[in-house]
Ligand binder design. Structure first.
Ligand code: HEC
Ligand code: HEC
Ligand code: HEC
Length: 319
Protein backbone atom coordinates (compact mmCIF):
# COMPACT_ATOMS: atom_id res chain seq x y z
CA UNK A 1 0.00 0.00 0.00
CA UNK A 2 2.75 2.41 1.01
CA UNK A 3 4.46 1.61 -2.26
CA UNK A 4 1.35 2.48 -4.27
CA UNK A 5 0.91 5.77 -2.47
CA UNK A 6 4.56 6.56 -2.95
CA UNK A 7 4.51 5.87 -6.68
CA UNK A 8 1.31 7.91 -7.01
CA UNK A 9 3.10 10.75 -5.29
CA UNK A 10 6.05 10.44 -7.64
CA UNK A 11 3.73 10.34 -10.65
CA UNK A 12 1.87 13.45 -9.53
CA UNK A 13 4.91 15.48 -8.59
CA UNK A 14 6.70 14.55 -11.80
CA UNK A 15 3.86 16.16 -13.73
CA UNK A 16 4.87 19.54 -12.40
CA UNK A 17 8.59 18.79 -12.28
CA UNK A 18 9.05 17.62 -15.86
CA UNK A 19 7.04 20.40 -17.46
CA UNK A 20 8.01 23.85 -16.37
CA UNK A 21 4.43 25.09 -16.62
CA UNK A 22 4.01 28.64 -17.82
CA UNK A 23 0.87 30.41 -16.59
CA UNK A 24 1.29 33.27 -19.08
CA UNK A 25 1.45 30.85 -21.98
CA UNK A 26 -1.59 29.14 -20.43
CA UNK A 27 -3.48 32.41 -20.42
CA UNK A 28 -2.94 32.79 -24.18
CA UNK A 29 -3.92 29.19 -24.82
CA UNK A 30 -7.10 29.63 -22.77
CA UNK A 31 -8.80 31.89 -25.34
CA UNK A 32 -10.92 29.03 -26.70
CA UNK A 33 -11.77 27.82 -23.20
CA UNK A 34 -13.23 31.18 -22.17
CA UNK A 35 -16.24 30.72 -24.43
CA UNK A 36 -17.53 28.11 -22.00
CA UNK A 37 -15.50 28.46 -18.82
CA UNK A 38 -15.61 32.28 -18.76
CA UNK A 39 -12.81 34.78 -19.41
CA UNK A 40 -11.67 34.58 -15.77
CA UNK A 41 -12.32 30.87 -15.32
CA UNK A 42 -15.73 31.50 -13.81
CA UNK A 43 -18.49 30.20 -16.01
CA UNK A 44 -21.68 32.18 -16.59
CA UNK A 45 -23.65 29.08 -17.50
CA UNK A 46 -24.69 26.35 -15.07
CA UNK A 47 -23.70 23.81 -17.76
CA UNK A 48 -19.97 24.58 -17.55
CA UNK A 49 -17.77 24.11 -14.48
CA UNK A 50 -15.64 26.91 -12.99
CA UNK A 51 -11.91 26.34 -13.42
CA UNK A 52 -10.57 29.34 -11.48
CA UNK A 53 -8.64 28.26 -8.40
CA UNK A 54 -8.98 24.54 -9.19
CA UNK A 55 -5.98 22.33 -8.27
CA UNK A 56 -3.56 22.11 -11.17
CA UNK A 57 -2.88 18.36 -10.89
CA UNK A 58 -6.64 17.75 -11.02
CA UNK A 59 -7.02 19.91 -14.15
CA UNK A 60 -4.18 18.05 -15.90
CA UNK A 61 -5.67 14.69 -15.01
CA UNK A 62 -9.12 15.69 -16.34
CA UNK A 63 -7.66 17.00 -19.60
CA UNK A 64 -5.69 13.77 -20.09
CA UNK A 65 -8.83 11.75 -19.36
CA UNK A 66 -10.90 13.77 -21.86
CA UNK A 67 -8.14 13.28 -24.45
CA UNK A 68 -7.88 9.52 -23.91
CA UNK A 69 -11.65 9.14 -23.70
CA UNK A 70 -11.52 7.77 -20.10
CA UNK A 71 -13.76 10.70 -19.25
CA UNK A 72 -16.14 11.24 -22.09
CA UNK A 73 -17.83 14.50 -22.96
CA UNK A 74 -18.94 15.65 -26.42
CA UNK A 75 -17.58 19.16 -25.88
CA UNK A 76 -14.38 18.53 -23.93
CA UNK A 77 -13.26 15.52 -26.01
CA UNK A 78 -12.51 17.60 -29.11
CA UNK A 79 -11.13 20.47 -27.01
CA UNK A 80 -8.60 18.20 -25.28
CA UNK A 81 -7.74 16.23 -28.43
CA UNK A 82 -5.54 19.05 -29.70
CA UNK A 83 -3.71 19.74 -26.43
CA UNK A 84 -0.12 18.57 -25.83
CA UNK A 85 1.17 17.72 -22.34
CA UNK A 86 2.84 21.11 -22.28
CA UNK A 87 -0.43 22.88 -23.23
CA UNK A 88 -2.23 21.06 -20.42
CA UNK A 89 0.41 22.03 -17.85
CA UNK A 90 0.34 25.67 -18.98
CA UNK A 91 -3.47 25.82 -18.90
CA UNK A 92 -3.56 24.18 -15.47
CA UNK A 93 -0.96 26.65 -14.14
CA UNK A 94 -3.05 29.54 -15.45
CA UNK A 95 -6.45 28.41 -14.16
CA UNK A 96 -5.19 27.19 -10.78
CA UNK A 97 -3.59 30.59 -10.18
CA UNK A 98 -6.80 32.56 -10.74
CA UNK A 99 -8.84 33.68 -7.72
CA UNK A 100 -11.77 31.34 -7.10
CA UNK A 101 -15.34 32.26 -8.09
CA UNK A 102 -16.11 33.22 -4.48
CA UNK A 103 -13.04 35.46 -4.26
CA UNK A 104 -13.92 37.06 -7.61
CA UNK A 105 -17.51 37.73 -6.52
CA UNK A 106 -16.31 39.26 -3.23
CA UNK A 107 -13.85 41.50 -5.07
CA UNK A 108 -16.57 42.66 -7.48
CA UNK A 109 -18.94 43.42 -4.59
CA UNK A 110 -16.37 45.44 -2.64
CA UNK A 111 -15.30 47.44 -5.69
CA UNK A 112 -18.96 48.36 -6.17
CA UNK A 113 -19.35 46.92 -9.65
CA UNK A 114 -22.60 45.26 -8.67
CA UNK A 115 -24.57 48.46 -8.10
CA UNK A 116 -27.85 48.43 -10.05
CA UNK A 117 -29.03 45.02 -11.17
CA UNK A 118 -26.90 42.10 -10.12
CA UNK A 119 -27.79 40.07 -13.19
CA UNK A 120 -26.48 42.80 -15.49
CA UNK A 121 -23.20 42.98 -13.62
CA UNK A 122 -22.86 39.21 -13.63
CA UNK A 123 -23.47 39.38 -17.38
CA UNK A 124 -20.70 41.87 -17.99
CA UNK A 125 -18.31 40.25 -15.54
CA UNK A 126 -18.75 36.79 -16.92
CA UNK A 127 -19.31 38.00 -20.44
CA UNK A 128 -22.13 35.72 -21.41
CA UNK A 129 -25.35 37.14 -22.83
CA UNK A 130 -26.83 33.78 -23.74
CA UNK A 131 -28.09 32.84 -20.30
CA UNK A 132 -29.53 36.26 -19.57
CA UNK A 133 -31.93 36.79 -22.44
CA UNK A 134 -34.37 38.56 -20.12
CA UNK A 135 -31.86 41.31 -19.30
CA UNK A 136 -32.60 44.53 -21.23
CA UNK A 137 -30.45 44.61 -24.34
CA UNK A 138 -28.99 47.99 -23.46
CA UNK A 139 -27.34 46.48 -20.41
CA UNK A 140 -25.47 43.85 -22.37
CA UNK A 141 -24.98 45.11 -25.94
CA UNK A 142 -22.83 48.04 -26.88
CA UNK A 143 -25.37 49.19 -29.44
CA UNK A 144 -28.82 50.71 -29.17
CA UNK A 145 -31.61 48.43 -30.40
CA UNK A 146 -34.07 51.23 -31.27
CA UNK A 147 -31.46 53.19 -33.22
CA UNK A 148 -30.42 49.95 -34.95
CA UNK A 149 -34.00 49.32 -36.03
CA UNK A 150 -34.24 52.50 -38.09
CA UNK A 151 -30.77 51.99 -39.54
CA UNK A 152 -31.73 48.45 -40.58
CA UNK A 153 -34.38 49.51 -43.13
CA UNK A 154 -31.84 49.34 -45.98
CA UNK A 155 -30.82 45.81 -44.97
CA UNK A 156 -34.35 44.39 -45.21
CA UNK A 157 -34.36 43.80 -48.96
CA UNK A 158 -31.76 41.07 -48.62
CA UNK A 159 -31.71 40.02 -44.96
CA UNK A 160 -35.47 40.32 -44.22
CA UNK A 161 -37.15 42.99 -42.09
CA UNK A 162 -36.68 40.93 -38.92
CA UNK A 163 -33.30 39.55 -40.01
CA UNK A 164 -34.71 36.23 -41.22
CA UNK A 165 -33.67 36.05 -44.85
CA UNK A 166 -36.09 34.59 -47.37
CA UNK A 167 -33.47 34.27 -50.10
CA UNK A 168 -31.03 31.35 -49.71
CA UNK A 169 -27.97 33.26 -50.92
CA UNK A 170 -28.35 35.92 -48.20
CA UNK A 171 -27.57 34.98 -44.58
CA UNK A 172 -30.07 35.43 -41.75
CA UNK A 173 -28.93 37.85 -39.05
CA UNK A 174 -31.74 37.34 -36.51
CA UNK A 175 -30.57 36.11 -33.11
CA UNK A 176 -26.96 36.12 -34.25
CA UNK A 177 -24.21 37.02 -31.76
CA UNK A 178 -23.98 40.83 -31.60
CA UNK A 179 -20.22 40.63 -31.25
CA UNK A 180 -20.03 38.47 -34.36
CA UNK A 181 -22.29 40.81 -36.38
CA UNK A 182 -20.34 43.93 -35.40
CA UNK A 183 -17.09 42.15 -36.27
CA UNK A 184 -18.40 41.15 -39.72
CA UNK A 185 -19.54 44.70 -40.49
CA UNK A 186 -16.14 46.09 -39.49
CA UNK A 187 -14.43 43.32 -41.51
CA UNK A 188 -16.47 44.16 -44.63
CA UNK A 189 -15.52 47.82 -44.21
CA UNK A 190 -11.79 47.11 -43.81
CA UNK A 191 -12.01 44.51 -46.64
CA UNK A 192 -10.70 41.90 -44.20
CA UNK A 193 -13.83 40.04 -45.40
CA UNK A 194 -14.36 40.69 -49.09
CA UNK A 195 -17.81 40.98 -50.64
CA UNK A 196 -18.71 43.61 -53.21
CA UNK A 197 -22.35 43.96 -52.15
CA UNK A 198 -21.65 44.26 -48.45
CA UNK A 199 -18.67 46.55 -49.00
CA UNK A 200 -21.07 49.05 -50.55
CA UNK A 201 -23.54 48.64 -47.69
CA UNK A 202 -21.04 49.33 -44.92
CA UNK A 203 -18.98 52.07 -46.60
CA UNK A 204 -20.83 54.86 -44.80
CA UNK A 205 -21.36 53.11 -41.45
CA UNK A 206 -19.63 54.38 -38.32
CA UNK A 207 -18.59 51.97 -35.51
CA UNK A 208 -21.64 53.22 -33.57
CA UNK A 209 -23.94 52.35 -36.50
CA UNK A 210 -22.42 48.88 -36.61
CA UNK A 211 -23.04 48.29 -32.90
CA UNK A 212 -26.62 49.59 -33.19
CA UNK A 213 -27.34 47.32 -36.17
CA UNK A 214 -25.72 44.37 -34.39
CA UNK A 215 -27.81 44.97 -31.25
CA UNK A 216 -31.04 45.20 -33.28
CA UNK A 217 -30.47 41.96 -35.20
CA UNK A 218 -29.14 40.12 -32.14
CA UNK A 219 -32.44 40.54 -30.27
CA UNK A 220 -34.68 39.41 -33.17
CA UNK A 221 -35.91 35.83 -32.90
CA UNK A 222 -34.29 33.42 -35.29
CA UNK A 223 -36.23 30.70 -37.08
CA UNK A 224 -35.47 27.05 -36.49
CA UNK A 225 -33.95 25.03 -39.31
CA UNK A 226 -36.38 23.10 -41.49
CA UNK A 227 -33.97 20.86 -43.40
CA UNK A 228 -33.63 17.10 -43.14
CA UNK A 229 -30.92 15.64 -40.92
CA UNK A 230 -27.91 13.75 -42.25
CA UNK A 231 -26.18 10.87 -40.45
CA UNK A 232 -22.64 11.50 -41.75
CA UNK A 233 -22.95 15.22 -41.15
CA UNK A 234 -24.30 14.62 -37.65
CA UNK A 235 -21.21 12.55 -36.79
CA UNK A 236 -18.82 15.15 -38.16
CA UNK A 237 -20.60 17.98 -36.36
CA UNK A 238 -20.59 16.19 -33.00
CA UNK A 239 -17.34 14.30 -33.11
CA UNK A 240 -15.15 15.91 -35.76
CA UNK A 241 -12.83 13.61 -37.70
CA UNK A 242 -9.78 12.42 -35.75
CA UNK A 243 -8.12 10.84 -38.80
CA UNK A 244 -8.15 14.17 -40.64
CA UNK A 245 -7.62 16.30 -37.54
CA UNK A 246 -10.96 18.10 -37.89
CA UNK A 247 -12.19 19.62 -34.61
CA UNK A 248 -15.86 18.95 -33.90
CA UNK A 249 -18.07 21.86 -34.89
CA UNK A 250 -19.97 21.48 -31.61
CA UNK A 251 -16.93 22.72 -29.67
CA UNK A 252 -17.48 26.25 -30.93
CA UNK A 253 -20.88 26.35 -32.61
CA UNK A 254 -22.65 24.52 -29.77
CA UNK A 255 -25.02 21.57 -29.50
CA UNK A 256 -27.92 23.37 -31.16
CA UNK A 257 -25.74 25.36 -33.59
CA UNK A 258 -26.35 28.60 -31.68
CA UNK A 259 -22.65 29.46 -31.34
CA UNK A 260 -20.98 31.16 -28.39
CA UNK A 261 -22.30 34.69 -28.37
CA UNK A 262 -19.69 36.50 -26.32
CA UNK A 263 -16.78 34.75 -28.06
CA UNK A 264 -18.23 35.84 -31.46
CA UNK A 265 -18.57 32.21 -32.54
CA UNK A 266 -21.52 32.55 -34.91
CA UNK A 267 -24.85 30.78 -34.75
CA UNK A 268 -25.32 28.54 -37.80
CA UNK A 269 -28.93 27.55 -37.04
CA UNK A 270 -31.49 28.75 -39.56
CA UNK A 271 -28.94 29.50 -42.32
CA UNK A 272 -29.57 28.03 -45.76
CA UNK A 273 -27.47 25.13 -47.00
CA UNK A 274 -26.45 27.30 -49.92
CA UNK A 275 -25.01 30.06 -47.72
CA UNK A 276 -23.28 27.60 -45.35
CA UNK A 277 -21.72 25.74 -48.28
CA UNK A 278 -20.48 28.94 -49.85
CA UNK A 279 -18.85 30.12 -46.61
CA UNK A 280 -17.12 26.78 -45.96
CA UNK A 281 -15.85 26.75 -49.54
CA UNK A 282 -14.56 30.32 -49.11
CA UNK A 283 -12.74 29.46 -45.88
CA UNK A 284 -11.30 26.38 -47.62
CA UNK A 285 -9.90 28.27 -50.60
CA UNK A 286 -8.91 31.22 -48.41
CA UNK A 287 -11.11 33.79 -50.16
CA UNK A 288 -12.73 34.34 -46.73
CA UNK A 289 -9.86 34.96 -44.35
CA UNK A 290 -11.32 37.13 -41.59
CA UNK A 291 -11.35 34.33 -38.98
CA UNK A 292 -8.80 35.13 -36.24
CA UNK A 293 -5.83 32.73 -36.21
CA UNK A 294 -7.28 30.86 -39.19
CA UNK A 295 -9.64 29.12 -36.76
CA UNK A 296 -12.14 28.19 -39.55
CA UNK A 297 -9.67 28.03 -42.47
CA UNK A 298 -7.67 25.35 -40.60
CA UNK A 299 -10.82 23.27 -40.29
CA UNK A 300 -12.32 23.89 -43.73
CA UNK A 301 -9.10 23.00 -45.54
CA UNK A 302 -9.45 19.44 -44.26
CA UNK A 303 -13.06 19.05 -45.43
CA UNK A 304 -13.92 17.30 -48.71
CA UNK A 305 -16.86 18.38 -50.86
CA UNK A 306 -18.76 15.39 -49.50
CA UNK A 307 -17.99 16.44 -45.89
CA UNK A 308 -19.26 19.95 -46.60
CA UNK A 309 -22.40 18.65 -48.23
CA UNK A 310 -23.14 16.31 -45.31
CA UNK A 311 -22.38 18.73 -42.49
CA UNK A 312 -24.28 21.66 -44.02
CA UNK A 313 -27.26 19.38 -44.61
CA UNK A 314 -27.14 18.37 -40.93
CA UNK A 315 -26.90 22.02 -39.78
CA UNK A 316 -30.10 22.92 -41.65
CA UNK A 317 -31.94 20.44 -39.41
CA UNK A 318 -30.87 22.14 -36.15
CA UNK A 319 -33.72 23.87 -34.32
C1 HEC B 1 -17.80 24.24 -25.86
C2 HEC B 1 -17.68 24.44 -24.43
C3 HEC B 1 -16.33 24.14 -23.77
C4 HEC B 1 -15.10 24.63 -24.14
C5 HEC B 1 -14.78 25.55 -25.32
C6 HEC B 1 -14.17 24.12 -23.16
N1 HEC B 1 -14.82 23.36 -22.25
FE1 HEC B 1 -13.97 22.45 -20.61
N2 HEC B 1 -15.80 21.66 -20.10
C7 HEC B 1 -16.94 21.85 -20.80
C8 HEC B 1 -17.99 21.03 -20.20
C9 HEC B 1 -19.43 20.91 -20.69
C10 HEC B 1 -17.41 20.36 -19.11
C11 HEC B 1 -18.10 19.35 -18.17
C12 HEC B 1 -17.93 17.99 -18.79
C13 HEC B 1 -18.64 16.89 -18.07
O1 HEC B 1 -19.82 17.06 -17.76
O2 HEC B 1 -18.01 15.86 -17.84
C14 HEC B 1 -16.02 20.77 -19.07
C15 HEC B 1 -15.11 20.33 -18.13
C16 HEC B 1 -13.78 20.73 -18.08
C17 HEC B 1 -12.84 20.32 -17.07
C18 HEC B 1 -13.14 19.41 -15.89
C19 HEC B 1 -13.57 20.27 -14.74
C20 HEC B 1 -13.98 19.48 -13.53
O3 HEC B 1 -14.28 20.14 -12.50
O4 HEC B 1 -14.01 18.25 -13.56
C21 HEC B 1 -11.64 20.92 -17.36
C22 HEC B 1 -10.36 20.80 -16.58
C23 HEC B 1 -11.85 21.70 -18.56
N3 HEC B 1 -13.16 21.57 -18.96
C24 HEC B 1 -10.87 22.47 -19.16
C25 HEC B 1 -11.03 23.15 -20.38
C26 HEC B 1 -9.96 23.81 -21.05
C27 HEC B 1 -8.52 23.91 -20.56
C28 HEC B 1 -10.49 24.33 -22.21
C29 HEC B 1 -9.79 25.08 -23.32
C30 HEC B 1 -8.66 24.41 -23.93
C31 HEC B 1 -11.91 23.99 -22.23
N4 HEC B 1 -12.18 23.27 -21.10
C32 HEC B 1 -12.81 24.37 -23.20
C33 HEC B 1 -17.14 22.68 -21.89
C34 HEC B 1 -16.14 23.34 -22.58
C1 HEC C 1 -28.26 43.75 -51.79
C2 HEC C 1 -28.31 42.73 -50.77
C3 HEC C 1 -27.79 43.09 -49.38
C4 HEC C 1 -28.13 44.18 -48.59
C5 HEC C 1 -29.09 45.31 -48.92
C6 HEC C 1 -27.42 44.00 -47.34
N1 HEC C 1 -26.69 42.85 -47.37
FE1 HEC C 1 -25.61 42.06 -45.82
N2 HEC C 1 -25.07 40.47 -47.00
C7 HEC C 1 -25.38 40.33 -48.33
C8 HEC C 1 -24.65 39.20 -48.88
C9 HEC C 1 -24.68 38.69 -50.31
C10 HEC C 1 -23.88 38.65 -47.80
C11 HEC C 1 -22.93 37.45 -47.84
C12 HEC C 1 -21.53 37.99 -48.07
C13 HEC C 1 -20.49 36.90 -48.22
O1 HEC C 1 -20.77 35.89 -48.87
O2 HEC C 1 -19.41 37.07 -47.66
C14 HEC C 1 -24.17 39.47 -46.65
C15 HEC C 1 -23.62 39.27 -45.39
C16 HEC C 1 -23.86 40.06 -44.29
C17 HEC C 1 -23.34 39.80 -42.96
C18 HEC C 1 -22.50 38.61 -42.54
C19 HEC C 1 -23.45 37.55 -42.01
C20 HEC C 1 -22.77 36.29 -41.54
O3 HEC C 1 -23.48 35.37 -41.10
O4 HEC C 1 -21.53 36.21 -41.60
C21 HEC C 1 -23.81 40.81 -42.15
C22 HEC C 1 -23.53 40.98 -40.68
C23 HEC C 1 -24.61 41.69 -42.97
N3 HEC C 1 -24.63 41.21 -44.25
C24 HEC C 1 -25.25 42.82 -42.49
C25 HEC C 1 -25.96 43.72 -43.29
C26 HEC C 1 -26.52 44.96 -42.80
C27 HEC C 1 -26.43 45.43 -41.36
C28 HEC C 1 -27.12 45.55 -43.86
C29 HEC C 1 -27.81 46.90 -43.88
C30 HEC C 1 -27.00 48.02 -43.41
C31 HEC C 1 -26.95 44.67 -45.02
N4 HEC C 1 -26.23 43.58 -44.62
C32 HEC C 1 -27.48 44.91 -46.27
C33 HEC C 1 -26.28 41.10 -49.03
C34 HEC C 1 -26.87 42.27 -48.61
C1 HEC D 1 -12.47 26.28 -32.68
C2 HEC D 1 -13.74 26.92 -32.97
C3 HEC D 1 -14.51 26.49 -34.21
C4 HEC D 1 -14.76 25.22 -34.65
C5 HEC D 1 -14.30 23.91 -34.04
C6 HEC D 1 -15.59 25.36 -35.83
N1 HEC D 1 -15.84 26.68 -36.07
FE1 HEC D 1 -16.94 27.45 -37.60
N2 HEC D 1 -16.48 29.34 -37.03
C7 HEC D 1 -15.72 29.66 -35.94
C8 HEC D 1 -15.55 31.11 -35.89
C9 HEC D 1 -14.77 31.88 -34.83
C10 HEC D 1 -16.24 31.64 -37.01
C11 HEC D 1 -16.36 33.11 -37.41
C12 HEC D 1 -15.11 33.65 -38.04
C13 HEC D 1 -15.23 35.14 -38.30
O1 HEC D 1 -14.92 35.93 -37.41
O2 HEC D 1 -15.67 35.51 -39.39
C14 HEC D 1 -16.83 30.49 -37.70
C15 HEC D 1 -17.62 30.61 -38.84
C16 HEC D 1 -18.24 29.54 -39.46
C17 HEC D 1 -19.15 29.66 -40.57
C18 HEC D 1 -19.61 30.94 -41.24
C19 HEC D 1 -20.84 31.47 -40.52
C20 HEC D 1 -21.45 32.69 -41.15
O3 HEC D 1 -22.49 33.13 -40.65
O4 HEC D 1 -20.90 33.20 -42.12
C21 HEC D 1 -19.56 28.38 -40.88
C22 HEC D 1 -20.53 27.98 -41.96
C23 HEC D 1 -18.89 27.46 -39.96
N3 HEC D 1 -18.10 28.19 -39.11
C24 HEC D 1 -19.04 26.09 -39.96
C25 HEC D 1 -18.32 25.20 -39.16
C26 HEC D 1 -18.37 23.76 -39.29
C27 HEC D 1 -19.23 23.00 -40.27
C28 HEC D 1 -17.50 23.25 -38.37
C29 HEC D 1 -17.12 21.80 -38.11
C30 HEC D 1 -16.65 21.03 -39.26
C31 HEC D 1 -16.94 24.38 -37.63
N4 HEC D 1 -17.45 25.54 -38.16
C32 HEC D 1 -16.04 24.29 -36.58
C33 HEC D 1 -15.19 28.79 -35.01
C34 HEC D 1 -15.19 27.41 -35.12
Amino acid sequence: MKKIIFSLFVALSSVSAVQAADANAGKEKSATCSACHGPTGVSASPMFPNLAGQNDAYIIKQLNDFKSGTRSDAMMGPMAANLSAEDMADLAAYFSGLPSSIEQAAAAASSGTSTDSTSASVASAAGNVEVLSSTPAAAIYKGNVAAGKSKAMVCAACHGADGNSLIPMYPSLAGQSANYLAKQLADFKSANRKNAVMAGMVAALTPEDMHDLAAFFAVQSSKAGTGESNEVGHKLYLGGDATKGVTACIACHGVAGKGMKQAAFPSLTGQSQEYLTQQLASFRNGSRGNDSNGIMRNIAIKLSDADIKAVTQYITSLK
